[in-house]
Design a protein around this ligand. Sequence first.
Ligand code: AMP
Ligand code: FE
Ligand code: FE
Ligand code: ZN
Length: 279
Amino acid sequence: MRIDLHTHSSASDGTDTPGALVREAKAAGLDVVALTDHDATSGWAEAQQAADEVGITLVPGLEISTKLQHRGVHLLAYLPDPTHGPLTDVLDRIIAGRTERTPAIVAALQAHGIDVTEDDVRREAGGSVAAGRPHVADALVRRGVVADRAEAFATLLSPGQPGYANRYAPPLEEMIPIVVEAGGVPVIAHPWGRRGGTVLTEETFGMLAELGLAGIEVDHQDHPPELRARLRAIAADLDLLVTGSSDHHGLGKVDHDLGVNTTDPEQYERLVALAAPRP
Ligand code: AMP
Ligand code: FE
Ligand code: FE
Ligand code: ZN
């Protein structure tokens, strides 16, 4: 059984529609795929319809942008009730923060002499409610300012660079209990990836486990083998689940093909058993 528990569609910053993503997952030989768009559940219905059509198990989820000690931490939430009030309140607030940030980024880029408009970004964001820096990057690519998303993040859109602007993110310590109350299963995404790093120590994972954290995404392209081994040991110590995924973004991220990392079936069964029964 091949299980990929972290992917993005055009409901956030992936380039495939939710339906196309699910069909690609089937074609890639996966048996289970989770759709985990940033801060949005709007792709679930289309993805579920496609999953029913092609015969693949869809795990509805999302990847919530949180903060811990002023650092961004991504929290995967599997199978939560998408109508749970406290959850929708936080997601609305994050989306509002994303929407307000776009003009700030565009103004900063313009002040830096770059010809890009809010309309450009809106066009790239298309059907996504979670407008983000990847869509700004796409606008810059179309304008010929940079070659690809990676160059945009490397030169313009990261903290300390000319086109960076902050946005609202809820505290991780508040978000984990909200996901649990919503009947969902919280798992820290790529904890030691590009920007994760130092705040997520073993002690921190212990504190998060007490708040209800269920697992750690260990097998991710941002983690070299040595870090995976250390994270696996921490998960074993704290009795946390270990997951693996592609973090696929369609054409938006190279080297993240569907199924490039997968989740052990036994870990997946444990994860599903932790979620509240769904109607
Ligand atoms: P945002 O959530 O709008 O602040 O944008 C962050 C998102 O941009 C991340 O979740 C990634 O999906 C994406 N991202 C970050 N760095 C890169 C990169 N170097 N290349 C492509 N996408 C990236
Ligand atoms: Fe992303
Ligand atoms: Fe992420
Ligand atoms: Zn992701």
